[in-house]
Design a binder for this molecule. Structure first.
Ligand code: FMN
Length: 400
């Protein structure tokens, strides 16, 4: 899968350094050419001999040692690499790169690298939560470095918390995704909404719709895989939030509106894939409504129009809406695009074969504000998500 790809694994001085041996083994199994650079401190935790044997390449750790070939080693690895993965990444290496310090083989090579760099942080929870460490992480994210957050659990220091090196499956998955899908969204913040909302009639009954959230979750996952910082505002669904995505759970349309408005100004791109209820009952009964008369009239009031509110205040941000229709697909979508000041709309006919709420596939038409219409065949929602993101980037380039 990673044939002809060169991956540099950077190992720093954390207790999880022993796991980097298994990471190298897995990347080799995927046919990547793997080169390891270790910090001096990493060599206290695991030997260069282990890494050299598993990678089948000499291990670099000293800039001032005579190079094994005529090339200057850190420059040659920086040029050769398709990707860098620093696992485990200490607070120290993150701090050094964030502040332009290049005082050893690893930090110097990262500084000279053109390829994407992934940091898989691992450290004590207090270190990870330290404001300076967090500041360094967000500073690096902003300029396109990619982070895999540590997992929660029991830490080597005996504490419980967030600090364990992420699962190797997740690290390898991120490596593959970053190589296959170029991190073309690195440095961007994307706000995605997904799923249905619930509008309560009484404490036990509500009005909702059949949205499974799959399309929005695929968008969030794809955007994160392409290097974006993703905030997902999700209605009640039974899906697990994709790794590396900040998920905010809401229930009602009003809550969705509140969270979207609170966050949209921090985003570069807003994609509203949620199926938000247009109306809600005027009053929610305090107690369960008893069965009595033959007819029950429910008075409804309009919910806030999230897309319109975001569209009217969007400035230079790109706003993408979804239009799920059962008739006059293109016309309805175009009207929505204009009325809500959107940049792009993804329209689908819910009755079409291969489309629909709980399906893993979708059939969509992508329409942008310049009149481009792209009809996509039946595709997995994951694939559709990537095409939507491609079109967003294309639109952004046109506007530059
Ligand atoms: C036993 C031990 C375990 C450590 N584990 C970690 C760790 O998991 N994460 C971390 O950021 N630092 C850890 N440190 C501290 C780093 O080794 C220290 O900050 C060092 O300067 C990192 O150097 P490097 O980034 O050049 O490898 C540990 C230190 C010791 C002695």
């Amino acid at each position: 899968m990673l044939n002809s790809k060169t991956i540099v694994v950077g190992v720093t001085g954390g207790i999880a350094a022993y796991k980097s041996a298994e990471l190298v083994r897995r990347l080799k199994k995927l046919n990547a050419a793997v080169h390891v650079i270790m910090t001096e401190n990493a060599c206290n935790f695991i030997t260069p001999l282990t890494m050299q044997t598993l990678s089948q390449n000499p291990v670099a750790n000293n800039m001032f040692k005579e190079p094994s070939t005529w090339e200057i080693e850190h420059i040659s690895l920086a040029q050769k690499a398709d990707l860098f993965v620093i696992a485990p990444a200490t607070a120290n290496i993150v701090g050094k790169v964030a502040n332009g310090i290049a005082d050893d083989m690893l930090s110097t090579t990262i500084m000279a690298a053109k390829a994407p760099v992934i940091f898989a942080c691992a450290m004590n929870e207090n270190m990870y939560q330290n404001q300076i460490v967090q500041h360094n992480i967000s500073k690096l994210r902003k300029v396109g470095y990619i982070f895999i957050e540590p997992d929660c659990g029991k830490l080597a220091c005996g504490q419980e918390g967030q600090g364990r090196l992420a699962d190797l499956d997740d690290i390898v998955d991120k490596v593959i995704r970053t190589i296959i899908y170029k991190p073309d969204l690195a440095g961007k913040t994307i706000l995605v909404s997904a799923g249905p909302t619930k509008e309560f009639i009484d404490p036990v009954r509500f009005i909702t719709n059949g949205s499974s959230g799959k399309m929005g979750y695929c968008l969030a996952k794809a955007a994160a895989g392409r290097g974006a910082r993703v905030i997902l505002i999700s209605g009640p669904v039974s899906l697990k939030a994709p790794r590396g995505v900040d998920c905010v759970n809401i229930v009602t349309a009003q809550e969705m509106h509140e969270e979207m408005i609170k966050r949209f100004e921090y985003a570069d791109i807003i994609i509203k894939a949620a199926a938000v209820a247009d109306y809600r009952p005027i009053n929610m009964a305090n107690n369960k409504i008893k069965k009595a008369a033959n007819n029950l009239v429910l008075e409804m009031v309009k919910n806030p129009d999230i897309l319109k509110d975001v569209g009217s205040r969007k400035g230079k941000r790109i706003v993408v809406g979804f239009s799920m229709e059962t008739e006059n697909l293109e016309q309805n979508a175009l009207t929505k695009l204009k009325e809500k000041n959107l940049d792009m709309i993804v329209a689908n006919d819910i009755t079409a074969e291969g489309a629909g709420f709980d399906k893993d596939t979708n059939v969509v038409k992508i329409i942008n504000k310049f009149g481009m219409i792209k009809n996509l065949p039946v595709m997995t929602k994951e694939h559709v998500a990537n095409v939507i993101l491609d079109e967003v980037l294309r639109l952004e380039n046109v506007e530059k």
